[in-house]
Design a binder for this molecule. Structure first.
Ligand SMILES: *Cc1c(COP(=O)(O)O)cnc(C)c1O
Length: 467
């Protein structure tokens, strides 16, 4: 059994002797699994490991908390550079990496005090107003920096937030062309506008079918040798490049909130568990975390798994107000299970049970119903004049359900309320002001084409690009 460990200490000459961090598959111990460790560029390009597993770093660097604390008022991009530097050691020169982080994180990251020792971390100030901007912007720039100048095509299927975050992240990035497939009748009005108006090197396809159709079409394109000249890359949410940068805001919040260096609790609105996994990584790198709450909606397979040790995916997933969390089989659960010594396959079979006692001691998961979600939105507005949207409200409600302790604590707000005008209007009677990021959409021409839900149609369209 190979368990991924943390280093105990970090010294200057130690750094020179260590091998660069490499990436291993969560399927490495299965029959047919691959034990090879690959470099960051390969892991980012591939997304999924060839044996079907997900990549994880083969070791985790130790955070230098003293030095971080001495620079506690550093801007977000500097914290990102410091926390992520060990992952790009030997990959990018430090100066280039600093510039990359400054360019990726050119927006605010507000920590709003909402109660005694309780903060709301608003991760909604990026160009598409969801936390997915943090990872997508970093990953797009990393792929550019490591791509060697060969043109590449990003192909992504989306049910909403991921597509626009990835599209905006690659907009105007030289050498990349992006195609986004979304189900025409399954996205909200706000989401449609965000997807249709990226433009420049990004084209949206409004597919006359479901999200599953979009995903199946994209999957087939990756297997089609006729499209090889396009150099397709996926940028999807299972990519390890979408996980690493999500460790940063936990460190950033701790620096701002814990003046005495003590621990902090986090409540994370969760679907595929990628966001919270960033916290798990930061904790294993040495961040003092008193409680990590995986707050889920009525898709409650994770709390059930922690309670029973039995894992039963929910198929199809339940449709809840916090729609970006309607996930019945979270892809990143396999990464958690791996860190706790088990193996979970892509199709949801537990091949080796993780250390459940340890897992339950360090992770808590709470399921919040739609009724509780809207109740929380209304109460927080009435009592505190704090505006939550459905995803953030699930995180807050979960923290309250567990007694609202310990403090200090940080609840993550993962999207801007203006992305959910229907819910806010119905519950609170007004429509939220749009974030600044939405204004720039008005000045852009639509860049969208209809597409039948057939692979042949997608292939013909992409072949025109090769023309
Ligand atoms: C994607 C998303 C989530 C869920 O994040 P995971 O990393 O999949 O757990 C939560 N809130 C919003 C607004 C999202 O877009």
């Amino acid at each position: 059994m190979s368990v991924i460990g943390r280093e105990s200490s970090e010294t200057a000459d130690g750094a020179a002797r260590r091998h660069p961090i490499r990436y291993v598959s969560t399927h490495r111990d299965l029959p047919g699994g691959r034990r090879e460790a690959v470099d960051l560029a390969t892991a980012l390009q591939r997304g999924l490991a060839p044996d079907g597993g997900l990549y994880l770093p083969d070791r985790l660097p130790a955070l230098d908390l003293d030095s971080l604390t001495r620079r506690r008022s550093d801007p977000y991009w500097r914290v990102a550079q410091t926390v992520l530097a060990p992952f790009v050691e030997g990959v990018l020169p430090p100066r280039d990496f600093a510039a990359l982080c400054a360019e990726a994180y050119n927006f605010e990251v507000p920590l709003e005090p909402v109660d005694d020792g309780l903060w709301l971390l608003r991760l909604d100030r990026g160009p598409t107003a969801s936390f997915k901007d943090f990872a997508a912007r970093w990953m797009a720039r990393m792929l550019r920096a490591m791509g060697g100048g060969t043109p590449q095509t990003v192909l992504v299927a989306t049910s909403g937030d991921t597509g626009s975050a990835v599209g905006e992240a690659f907009r105007d990035v030289p050498g990349f062309r992006v195609f986004i497939l979304y189900p025409r009748d399954e996205v909200s009005e706000v989401q449609r506008r965000q997807l249709d108006r990226i433009g420049a090197n990004v084209m949206a396809f409004a597919v006359e079918g479901t999200f599953d159709d979009c995903q199946a079409m994209v999957k087939q394109a990756f297997l089609d040798p006729a499209l090889a000249p396009l150099r397709l890359t996926s940028a999807n949410s299972i990519n390890v490049g979408r996980i690493l940068p999500q460790a940063v805001y936990y460190v950033y919040a701790w620096l701002r909130v814990c003046a005495d260096g003590g621990p902090v609790a986090f409540s994370v609105p969760s679907g595929n568990l990628g966001n919270s996994f960033g916290c798990e990584l930061a904790r294993r790198m040495g961040l003092p975390v008193s409680r990590l709450i995986l707050a889920v909606n009525e898709n409650d397979e994770v709390p059930r798994f922690l309670a029973t040790g039995r894992y039963e995916p929910i198929v199809p997933s339940r449709a809840c107000l916090s729609n970006a969390m309607n996930v019945g089989h979270p892809s990143n659960l396999a990464r958690y299970v791996d860190l706790y010594g088990g193996v979970l396959t892509r199709d949801g079979r537990l091949e080796r049970l993780p250390q459940m006692g340890e897992m339950c001691r360090r992770l808590e998961s709470v399921s919040v119903s739609d009724t509780e979600t809207v109740e929380c939105i209304r109460r927080w507005w009435r009592e505190r004049r704090v505006l939550l949207e459905p995803h953030g409200a699930v995180g807050v409600a979960a923290f309250e359900r567990l007694g609202g302790q310990p403090r200090p604590a940080v609840c993550l707000e993962t999207a801007h309320p203006a992305k959910f005008p229907e819910v806010i209007e119905r519950e609170l009677g007004f429509s939220p002001d749009p974030p600044a990021a939405f204004e720039r959409l008005a000045g852009r021409a639509p860049a969208v084409e209809p597409l039948p839900a057939s692979y042949e149609a997608l292939r013909a369209r992409l072949q025109r690009e090769m023309g």
